[in-house]
Write a protein that binds this ligand. Structure first.
Ligand SMILES: Nc1ncnc2c1ncn2[C@@H]1O[C@H](COP(=O)(O)OP(=O)(O)OP(=O)(O)O)[C@@H](O)[C@H]1O
Length: 484
C-alpha cells in the first residue's frame, strides 16, 4: 500500500472557510475543504444525525515516470512532467450517527485513500469532508506511532493526540497495556515490533480513548486469533454506542457488521445500500469481470434433461489442528464453579489433529465450589470474525443431575458429534458453566476463547462450512421448444 501523507496536486492545506458552513461548526471536529450546504434540512442533518459527510470528494495523485521527472517538476513548476491519477472521483455519502458503514471494493479502488482523507491524513484535491466527534483511526500499521519511541511513549503520544488529558492517560495506561498484551515490549521502540504487536498496541489505544467514531482499515488483517477475538468483542460493544467506518475485502465481516455498505469502484461510488444488496451486486460484478459479457444474472431455468457424467470431485483435504486449552483466557462469572479443562479429540484415535467429518468428543471439566442442583456446561464456537458457527450445552439432555453436586466435586460434560467441514481459518471456542435452565441461569465461569483450533484446506471454498459432496454430475440437453 502506498505511503500515507502524499501531497495532492492542486490542494493546499485544508482551508477552514466558515462562509457557508452550517451552524454548530464548533462541534464539527474536522473540516477538509470548503462546505456549502444548500438548505435547512441539510443543516439539521449535519448538526445532529450525520457523523461523517463526504461530498464531491476527489483525490488526484501525480504520477512520475522517474525520480528525475519529479525533480524537474520541482525546478520547472510551469511545465508538466507527470500524469494525473484520480484515486477518488466525485465521492459522496453520509455516515449517520450510530451506524456501521463498510467501504467495499477491489484492490486499488480507493478505499484506503478515502479513509485517509476522512481522517485528515491525506488532503483532498476536490470536494469536502466533515467529521463530527472524536475519531480513533486504525489505518496503516502503527498509524500515528513514532517508530523511534517506545510503546509506552507512543501510547501517551497517541492518546494525547486523540484528546485524552495526562490524568486520563495515567488512569487508563494499565488497561491499555493489558489489552495490548505485549508484555515487556512496551518498553522497546515500536520499530522493533512485529506487525501483530503494532496492531495490538494501536487497537488497544483506539479502544480506550472514548472515540465517537472508529475508522478501521482492514479489520483483523493482522494479529493472532486470540487478539482478533478480543478486537471483535470490542467492536461489537463499540457498535452499540458509536459509529464505525471500516474497510474490508471480507464479505463475511461486511455482512455481519454493517448497516450500510459503500461500494467503491475505480475511485467512484458504484452503489450505497443495504449490505445484502450491495454484496450481491459486488459479487456479481467480480464474477462478471472475470467472465466478461458471458455472465448473466437473472431468474431460474428448468434443469435440462440428459446427463453427462463428470468425474467425482476431489475429496476435501482439510486439516484441523486443535490447540491446548488456555486456563488463563479472559473470563467472567460468579465463581460458584470453575472450568478446569476442555479438550476436543478424535473419538477413535484420541488425536487432536483431524480432517473434519470424523466423530469427535469435546470434554469439558469443571470444579464445583458451591452446592449446585442444576449445573449447565456449554460451549460456543466462533470464527475469526466472531460469527457463531455452532453452540450447544448439556441442559437439553441432562437438565437434572442424579444428585446435588457438592463443593470440590468435578463435573465432566462430553459432547459427541461429527466435526463439521469448516472454511479455512482460526476458530475459538468459549466454554462455560452456568446454573439454572437454558433460558434463566446465572453464569459461574465463562471462559472466552479458551480453546482454539485451526483449519487449513487444500481446496479453497467460500462460505462458513464445506459440504462434502456424495456425488456431482453435470447435465446437458436440448431446450424444450417454446409453447405458442
Ligand atoms: N501516494 C500515492 N501516489 C500515487 N498513487 C497512489 C498513492 N496512494 C494511492 N495511490 C493509488 O490510488 C489508488 C487507490 O489506492 P488505495 O490504496 O486507496 O486503494 P484500496 O482500495 O485501499 O486498495 P487495497 O484494497 O489494495 O488496499 C491505487 O491505484 C493506488 O496505486
Amino acid at each position: 500500500m502506498p505511503a500515507a501523507g502524499s501531497r495532492p496536486l492542486d490542494a493546499g492545506p485544508a482551508e477552514r472557510d466558515n462562509q457557508g458552513h452550517p451552524p454548530h461548526t464548533d462541534e464539527v471536529t474536522a473540516w477538509h475543504g470548503e462546505w456549502t450546504l444548500s438548505d435547512q434540512s441539510d443543516e439539521k442533518d449535519i448538526a445532529e444525525e450525520v457523523t461523517v459527510r463526504v461530498e464531491g470528494l476527489g483525490k488526484c495523485y501525480a504520477i512520475y515516470r522517474s525520480p528525475a521527472d519529479r525533480l524537474k517538476q520541482m525546478l520547472l513548476p510551469w511545465r508538466r512532467f507527470h500524469t494525473d491519477y484520480w484515486a477518488l472521483r466525485d465521492v459522496s455519502f453520509d455516515v449517520p450517527r450510530g451506524q456501521t458503514v463498510g467501504i467495499l471494493g477491489r484492490n486499488g479502488a480507493g478505499k484506503s485513500t478515502l479513509l485517509k482523507v476522512i481522517t485528515g491524513t491525506v488532503e483532498p484535491t476536490l470536494g469536502k469532508v466533515a467529521v463530527r466527534g472524536r475519531v480513533a483511526a486504525l489505518l496503516e500499521l502503527g498509524a500515528g506511532f513514532n517508530p523511534e519511541f517506545t510503546g509506552r511513549e507512543n501510547v501517551h503520544l497517541a492518546a494525547a493526540v486523540l484528546g485524552l488529558t495526562d490524568r486520563q492517560i495515567a488512569e487508563r495506561f494499565d488497561t491499555i497495556a493489558d489489552f495490548a498484551g505485549i508484555g515487556d515490549f512496551l518498553e522497546q521502540p515500536v520499530k522493533l515490533y512485529s506487525s501483530g504487536m503494532y496492531a495490538r498496541l494501536a487497537f488497544a489505544v483506539a479502544a480506550h480513548v472514548d472515540a465517537d467514531i472508529l475508522i478501521i482499515d482492514e479489520i483483523l488483517s493482522v494479529g493472532d486469533a486470540a487478539f482478533n477475538q478480543k478486537c471483535m468483542r470490542f467492536i461489537e460493544g463499540f457498535k452499540k454506542r458509536g459509529t464505525i467506518l471500516f474497510v474490508s475485502h471480507d464479505a463475511g465481516s461486511m455482512a455481519r457488521l454493517c448497516d450500510r455498505i459503500v461500494w467503491l469502484d475505480c475511485g467512484t461510488v458504484r452503489q450505497v445500500g443495504q449490505p445484502k444488496e450491495v454484496l450481491e451486486a459486488y459479487m456479481a460484478s467480480v464474477y462478471g469481470e472475470s467472465d466478461g459479457d458471458r455472465l448473466r444474472i437473472g431468474g431460474r431455468r428448468a434443469t435440462p434433461p440428459a446427463t453427462v457424467s463428470a468425474p467425482p470431485p476431489p475429496p476435501l483435504a482439510s486439516q484441523v489442528q486443535v490447540f491446548d486449552f488456555d486456563p488463563d483466557a479472559p473470563w467472567f462469572g460468579l465463581e460458584g464453579a470453575r472450568i478446569l479443562n476442555a479438550t476436543l479429540t478424535d473419538v477413535d484415535s484420541g488425536n487432536v489433529t483431524m480432517r473434519g467429518g470424523e466423530n469427535v468428543v469435546l470434554t469439558i471439566t469443571a470444579q464445583v465450589h458451591q452446592p449446585m442442583a442444576q449445573p449447565i456446561i456449554g460451549f460456543l464456537v466462533k470464527d475469526r470474525l466472531g460469527q457463531i458457527i455452532f453452540v450447544d450445552n448439556s441442559f437439553s439432555t441432562h437438565s437434572l443431575l442424579p444428585r446435588m453436586a457438592e463443593p470440590g466435586e468435578i463435573l465432566t460434560a462430553r459432547f459427541h458429534f461429527t466435526l463439521p467441514h469448516l472454511a479455512e481459518g482460526d476458530y475459538a471456542m468459549s466454554v462455560a458453566i452456568a446454573e439454572g435452565t437454558e433460558t434463566a441461569h446465572v453464569q459461574h465461569h465463562w471462559l472466552h476463547d479458551a480453546l482454539f483450533f485451526r483449519v487449513t484446506t487444500g481446496r479453497s471454498f467460500r462460505g462458513l462450512v464445506a459440504v462434502p459432496m456424495d456425488q456431482v454430475s453435470l447435465e446437458i440437453g436440448q431446450a424444450e421448444p417454446l409453447r405458442q
